[in-house]
Write a protein that binds this ligand. Structure first.
Ligand code: GLY
Length: 593
């Protein structure tokens, strides 16, 4: 995929040109040698010779505001809102709704997500708008008559949880925004109504999804006659425009109780889904306290359950903190230490975490430094530790991630929003709500549909994450904000990619804090992943030195290679402003002024 640190040339006829006209194109520039705070000088990184992304690339810089997402048009919508006087929260909500139009593989109103918000006045919060299992859901609803797992949690009408995105974005705006919903939704409505030109990234995504979506929803604006629209075509979504306008006019209630709810329920009934009007009416987003942890003197605000992201990251970072300094980036010891920390944190994640409304999560223990110290003591410097519970049938490969999306927004006051949202698989369940114009999620597969059996990410999860009506399925989404040693926002980061979200987000933080990389290098650096089961260390093709690979084999690691790991979007404070970097392995846009 091409790196786009400036907006893509083929973009909306509306939002993006407006943003560019108002603010000028953001100038990529090199990072200044050192910030005026106590931040360390950022040194040039060295990557393995075979690695396809070069070190030393520039980032998009802006003095006051920055928005980064997988869609240049959606980032531009956020910039437009801030230029019109909105704060980062107004802009993030505008971006969230715009993504539902311009990045329909993961941006959504038919799914759910999580936001970490930190306001310049010191307030912070975690907003949980994860989907919930419908009231008619049962523990074994995805098993066949022989007790075998079917694919009905992944594709089709039964795969959907009750969507939370509209309620969650609305709550975020009400609590921390300054503009009305009707204002911040304007860019999204315009993009849906007037259309926008499809770029190669979206065209590729559509082509990959054409068969699945057309099988479940024969008529959609994306796949007229079952064929994906090509790059350069204009995507107009009149049904979605009407839906967004109804939400803008009447609030979240329009989605959960009005004609949109009727359309969603009718769609469910058409294909054997079980979401009802009662499910939609009962949906409630949950404001929570962010997990406030520390790492080498920096403060982290991370997502608590129902996502596993914050707990697992905190546990892994606490283990890593036990080593006085991190080993050299990319060395054998570095791979071993990261793999061992992730493995231990994922063992807890997979067995102990679930929706806190249904299971008691030992938060204090899992996030404590003392517990991390005891886990660090189990790491053998010379050998990989087998994940004892591994059984061969569970050893499914970690897949190259193709789902979910993260966005980050900051404003001139220092307010910051970190949001990850998803339909689970790219294009969700493949079901498009007729008449209302949006995709539905397949989030039910994030439950342990049969505790002890791997899900589509190869994750083997336990009873704590079994299906129950009204319960939130465990997520790996990890929207995070890192504060520097003087308490200012340093880094706004998060990712797409199932369980690799946790390990990828952690690595960008490590690259910035321990390895003193620029944000561009921190994002381009090769990544590694361990999730306990399958018991293997996954690395990116070309991202490891041959001698290091040999050493890790000799230490007992099963090594797995993927072309790319994780889709991350991030913003970092630098001297005089902000740098924004969309995922160099995929596509996206950083827009600011
Ligand atoms: N659907 C991916 C996750 O929530 O982790």
């Amino acid at each position: 995929m091409t790196v786009m640190t400036v907006p893509h040339a083929r973009t909306s006829a509306l939002a993006l040109p407006l943003a560019l006209a108002l603010f000028g194109a953001c100038t990529p520039r090199s990072t200044p040698a050192a910030a005026s705070t106590a931040e360390p000088t950022r040194a040039a990184a060295r990557f393995p010779d075979g690695w396809r992304l070069t070190a030393g690339a520039s980032s998009t810089f802006a003095a006051q505001t920055m928005a980064v997402s997988n869609s240049p048009q959606a980032s531009a919508a956020a910039a437009d809102i801030m230029k019109a006087g909105g704060n980062a929260v107004d802009a993030a909500v505008a971006l969230g709704f715009a993504l539902a139009v311009t990045w329909p593989e993961a941006g959504n109103i038919g799914g759910g997500g999580y936001t970490i918000v930190h306001m310049a006045d010191g307030r912070s919060a975690a907003i949980d708008y994860r989907e919930v299992a419908p009231l008619a859901a049962t523990r074994n609803m995805y098993l066949d008559a022989n007790g075998k797992v079917t694919d009905r949690s992944i594709e089709g009408h039964l795969a959907s949880g009750v969507p939370g995105a509209v309620a969650g974005l609305n709550l975020l705006l009400e609590r921390y925004g300054t503009m009305p919903l009707s204002r911040v939704m304007q860019p999204a409505i315009a993009l849906a109504r007037e259309g926008f030109v499809i770029d190669t990234a979206l065209a590729g995504s559509m082509a990959r999804a054409a068969a699945t979506v057309s099988r479940n929803s024969p008529v959609t604006p994306y796949f007229p006659n079952g064929t994906a629209l090509p790059a350069g075509a204009r995507l107009v979504q009149p049904d979605l425009a009407r839906t967004l306008q109804a939400i803008a006019d009447n609030g979240a209630k329009a989605f959960y109780e009005g004609w949109i709810a009727d359309s969603l329920v009718a769609e469910q009934q058409r294909g054997g889904g079980v979401i009802t009007r009662a499910d939609l009416k009962a949906y409630t987003p949950v404001p929570r306290n962010a997990i406030a942890s520390t790492y080498r003197g920096y403060r982290l605000l991370a997502m608590p359950p129902s996502s596993s992201g914050g707990v697992t990251m905190t546990e892994a970072l606490n283990i890593l903190e036990q080593s006085g300094t991190m080993p050299a980036y990319g060395s054998t010891r570095w791979f071993h230490l990261l793999g061992s920390a992730f493995q231990r944190a994922f063992i807890d994640r997979n067995s102990k975490l679930g929706d806190p409304a249904f299971v008691k999560v030992p938060m204090e223990q899992l996030t404590s430094k003392a517990y991390a110290k005891s886990l660090a003591a189990t790491i053998d410097d010379a050998r990989a530790t087998p994940t004892k519970t591994l059984e061969p049938k569970m050893a499914q490969p970690v897949r190259e991630p193709e789902h979910t999306t993260h966005y980050a927004v900051v404003d001139a006051q220092g307010n910051a929003v970190s949001t990850t949202t998803t339909l689970n698989n790219s294009w969700g369940s493949g079901v498009w709500v007729r008449g209302a114009g949006f995709m539905l999620n397949d989030e039910m597969d994030d439950f342990a549909v049969q505790p002890g059996t791997a899900n589509m990410y190869g994750l083997v999860q336990g009873e704590a994450n079994a299906i129950q009506p009204g319960k939130r399925m465990l997520s790996a989404m990890s929207p995070t904000i890192v504060l520097d040693k003087s308490g200012r926002v340093l880094l706004v980061v998060g990712a797409a990619g199932g369980p690799t979200i946790i390990t990828g987000t952690t690595q960008v933080i490590l690259n910035v804090i321990d390895h003193h990389m620029t944000l561009a290098d921190a994002m381009r650096a090769p990544r590694v992943h361990h999730q306990a089961l399958p018991d293997s260390l996954t690395y990116e093709d070309g991202g490891i030195r041959p001698a290091v690979l040999d050493s890790l084999h000799a230490m007992g690691y099963a090594m797995r290679k993927l072309r790319a790991l994780v889709n991350i979007n991030a913003i970092m404070r630098v001297n005089g402003g902000w740098e924004g970097v969309p995922e160099p392995r995929r596509s996206g846009g950083a827009v600011g002024y």
